[in-house]
Design a protein around this ligand. Structure first.
Ligand code: GCB
Ligand code: CA
Length: 891
């Protein structure tokens, strides 16, 4: 009786389990983690009690990105977890599925090696059926390393290679007779649309089927195409016999859909395809997989650009890195979702998913929102001349294509970004061989992708050294040429941009052209009314983007563009206004919107827009320059209305015509709070925007009682304004001293030489501060800094950093040819006196602090007898310097 009951229960459980569908859930939480290689970490005996506990998505480099030490941990690490697996899953197929881990993974289950994967940006999975213990705890151990491996791309790149399991991990359980999971971690279903037009579409569905039981299986395969409301539109079926252990392909051809609703940028309509397999006799459902189906046709034309469903559409959008403030690459899904929403809100219709395949959620969102995409594998900067490198690259290309095969948004597959940026040789036979090998890799990738998916286009992105790519025949190979252009940034002449476009159009006749990258660095805290390249100001950002957008729009042969970049991102070896961060994003690492974001949104969006720019500049400052004791500074108001009116503290400044997406108003700011209010009419809608700004007014006559002196914060050698957002201090540019006022006496602005021309100040990372900008510019040869402040006691802070090193400055790798030269300042030493009292006699910054380190000295000075303050510099050796000064009134 007891035995009977037992069998009954067992039958019940097995029967229930078999009727069950796929079960998929994440196993992200509570992993034990350690860097390094502990002894036998995959075995139960290894003591992990002292390891950290972490959740996936996880990277071990997120803190490295924000600390001062150059470099980041590139080495091995281990994750371990005991995980109870339900008894009810026994007898089913079990798979562990990774959305991505950087960069090499070895997976062990209950002490046994299960499988490995190479490459940090594609998905992969392992069958764990035979290793699992059901109704018990199982020891999952995962070895991951992000060590440089010459055979795994990328070898080098302008982004940080965050190590870890930085995307979700899942367990999947399914019937042993199922839709295959082992085809490059794809869905096992490949949907093609050989013909689509307005009246009809034909669909072809290929399904990989696996029988992992010991018996033959007779199954029925069904594809049900449903519309977005879930109503059945078409259904196919086939009957198939699978021998034990066999995998077979079922192809359902010529499924016709009449009057299809198309997938388009403005109406990204998706059908869904339910692929099911059923037990032929019993009719029970064995397995089911769902895929999106977008019906669209598209083409790229070398003269007229891009066409979607027969309509010409200029593709305008961004590239995107998977970074977030202090998280590195370990982002939860919502953060990915937010990025595609930001792009859509900006009016973008194109995403260059670069430089690597990204989280599935990104692709889902692009499908959903009508964003055309190009996805690429991370073969960046250079190749290694080995068969293994070539093979790994080809494998990555297959993974990429198969994993996102069914995405209606994907129209381009990319490979190789600026592959000759880091050529290991510059001439001779070695260079010749290197070119030949790179060409071989390119041809292998092109052939692989075209064979895998002839329905899409291929693309490669070049940097502005066309000769290299021509010499290696790389300009001929892909269907689309992508150009990464930075004229007016790395190269001085912004007008060279359109000349290069016209050249490419002429020289590469018949090739489709896209601008795959362009953009200047912008620090939201920096502003300038004399914007110039490399100043990282919001204003230069506008100058640059305005020019590029205008020139691209004029040229129908430019099929599209992806500005660099949607968001700021971490690049450990980079030194810009913010250390280790590439700040070419139109939004910041925390997704704060810069003025250039509003510019694009206004230019691209069809909805009425009115936004007062400089939104994030909450503490501003400036010197009185009107008789009414105000300071006039310009503020952009972004709008697609014809004209806008701006009120400042309830007074109208009149109406202004909008040109190039914004109107620039000269705003008279008063000290303290200012209320800006913009109004405009666009079509039927009345638009209004408001902004409050704190303004720190500095008198031009410091003894002026109408503006009592409290403090001034001045950056020397610079026309830039900088907002210290931590302490809400407004830094203002220097001026020359005039009696009664304040300013420098003598000297010149420091400019660093770059490969082409020079830049204002330096872009080296200043150690010991989080306010690089106030140390990156300086006045060289300064004689005095005078301020005719009233009598009282003052704190005087002097700011320095030695910007000139005695070592040849390491060429900034990613400066695209703008190699820097660093000259030695010589032995710089000078004296300083305050109102005649010597405070330092032999001040040698390099000697006492070294190169590129922030030095701040605070002095307390009493000003008497109406003499004001004079800080005087006395030359001993080399030229005296000063980077910034803060004068703060104590009493
Ligand atoms: C490029 C690279 C990209 C860099 C960018 C830059 O051309 O393709 O990876 O981040 O330039 O900012 O220099
Ligand atoms: Ca995810």
């Amino acid at each position: 009786m007891k035995k009977f009951l037992y069998i009954f229960i067992l039958l019940f459980i097995v029967g229930w389990a078999q009727a069950q569908q796929r079960v998929v859930y994440t196993i992200n939480d509570g992993w034990k983690f350690t860097k390094g290689s502990p002894f036998e970490a995959q075995l139960a005996g290894c003591d992990d009690s002292s390891w950290e506990t972490v959740n996936i998505p996880h990277t071990w480099n997120n803190k490295d990105a924000d600390d001062e030490t150059p470099g980041f941990y590139r080495g091995p690490a281990w994750y371990r977890k005991q995980l109870f697996v339900d008894k009810s899953q026994e007898g089913r197929q079990a798979v562990i599925y990774f959305e991505g881990a950087n960069q090499e993974v070895r997976f062990y289950l209950n002490g046994q090696f299960v499988g490995e994967h190479k490459g940090g940006y594609t998905r992969f999975c392992f069958d764990i059926t035979s290793h699992l213990r059901y109704g018990q705890e199982n020891l999952f151990t995962i070895y991951v390393n992000n060590v440089y491996n010459p055979n795994i791309p990328p070898l080098s790149a302008d982004f940080t290679f965050f190590g870890g399991i930085y995307r979700d991990v899942y367990l999947q359980f399914m019937n042993p007779v199922h839709i295959a999971t082992n085809d490059y971690a794809s869905s096992g279903v490949y949907i093609r649309t050989p013909e689509v037009n307005n009246s009809a579409a034909s669909v072809e569905i290929t399904t990989l089927l696996t029988n992992n039981t010991l018996q033959p299986a007779e199954i029925r395969v069904e594809n049900v195409i449903c519309d977005a409301d879930g109503k059945e539109v078409k259904k196919t079926h086939a009957e198939i016999k699978l021998a034990s252990g066999e995998t077979k392909t079922d192809i359902s051809k010529k499924i016709k859909i009449d009057s299809p609703r198309l997938w388009d940028i403005d109406d990204p309509y998706r059908y869904m395809v339910y692929t099911r397999i059923l037990d032929k006799k019993k009719g029970t459902l064995l397995d089911e997989v769902v895929n999106p189906l977008g019906l669209r046709w598209f083409k790229f034309d070398s003269e007229k650009g891009f066409f979607l469903n027969g309509k010409g559409r200029k593709l305008i959008g961004t590239a995107r890195h998977q970074d977030y403030f202090q998280k590195g690459n370990a982002l939860r899904d919502e953060l990915h979702v937010q990025d595609v929403l930001l792009l859509k809100e900006m009016g973008g219709n194109f995403l260059r998913v670069s430089h690597y395949p990204q989280d599935p959620v990104i692709m889902e969102m692009c499908d959903k929102l009508g964003i055309v995409t190009s996805v690429e594998i991370p073969v960046v900067n250079a190749v290694t001349e080995t068969e293994e490198f070539l093979q790994n690259s080809v494998e990555m290309a297959k993974e990429m294509v198969r994993q996102d095969f069914n995405r209606p948004s994907v129209m381009i597959w990319g490979y190789m970004n600026e592959i000759f940026l880091r050529r290991p040789y510059t001439e001779g036979k070695q260079l010749e061989d290197y070119y030949r090998f790179t060409e071989k890799v390119a041809r292998a990738l092109e052939a692989t992708i075209r064979e895998e998916d002839p329905s899409r286009y291929t693309m490669m992105a070049y940097h502005n050294m066309p000769q290299y790519y021509e010499d290696a025949h790389l300009t001929e190979i892909p269907m689309i040429q992508g150009w990464n252009l930075y004229q007016g940034w790395y190269e001085p002449d912004i007008n060279e941009f359109q000349r290069l476009l016209d050249r490419a159009h002429k020289v590469y006749k018949g090739k489709v052209l896209m601008v795959t990258e362009y953009g200047p660095g912008v620090d939201p805290g920096l502003h300038s009314y004399q914007p110039e390249r490399f100043d990282f100001s919001q204003e230069y950002g506008l100058v640059y983007h305005k020019h590029y957008l205008r020139e691209m729009m004029k040229r129908p042969f430019i099929a599209g563009s992806s500005l660099w970049n949607l968001n700021d991102f971490y690049s450990e070896s980079r030194v810009d206004a913010v250390p280790h961060v590439n700040n070419k994003g139109v939004v910041g690492l925390n997704r704060e919107k810069k003025d250039v974001y509003w510019f694009y949104k206004t230019a691209l969006s069809r909805r009425p827009i009115l936004v007062i720019g400089n939104r994030e500049w909450k503490s501003r400052g400036g010197v009185v320059n009107t008789a009414q004791k105000e300071c006039i500074q310009s503020v952009p108001v972004f709008s697609n209305a014809e004209e806008v009116e701006l009120f400042v503290n309830n007074k109208s400044l009149g109406k202004k015509k909008v040109e190039d997406n914004y109107a620039l108003f000269d705003v008279p700011f008063v000290g303290g709070e200012n209320l800006l209010e913009a109004v405009a009419v666009a079509g039927d809608s009345k638009l209004r925007d408001m902004l409050r700004i704190q303004f720190q007014l500095v008198g031009s006559q410091l003894k002026d009682e109408a503006i009592p002196f409290t403090e001034i914060n001045v950056m020397l050698g610079s026309p830039r304004y900088f907002e210290d957002r931590t302490a809400n201090v407004a830094w203002i540019p220097e001026q020359e001293y005039k009696p009664g006022s304040w300013g420098f006496v003598g000297g010149t602005s420091y400019r660093r030489k770059t490969g082409f021309g020079s830049m204002l100040g330096s872009d080296i990372d200043i150690l010991g501060t989080d306010m690089n900008p106030i140390f990156q510019t300086q006045r060289v040869g300064i004689k005095s800094f005078k301020a005719d402040v009233p009598n009282g006691e003052y704190s005087v802070y002097l700011y320095w950093a030695e910007l000139e090193s005695d070592k040849e400055r390491e060429a900034l790798v990613y400066n695209l040819g703008a190699d820097s030269e660093q000259t030695f300042a010589g032995n710089r030493s000078f004296g300083i006196s305050m109102n005649g009292t010597t405070v330092l006699d032999d001040f040698n910054i390099a000697r006492d602090y070294g190169y590129a380190r922030a030095v701040i000295k605070k002095f307390v000075v009493t000003v008497k007898d109406g003499k004001g303050l004079s800080v005087d510099f006395h030359k001993k050796e080399g030229e005296p310097i000063l980077n910034a000064i803060r004068i703060y009134r104590n009493y």
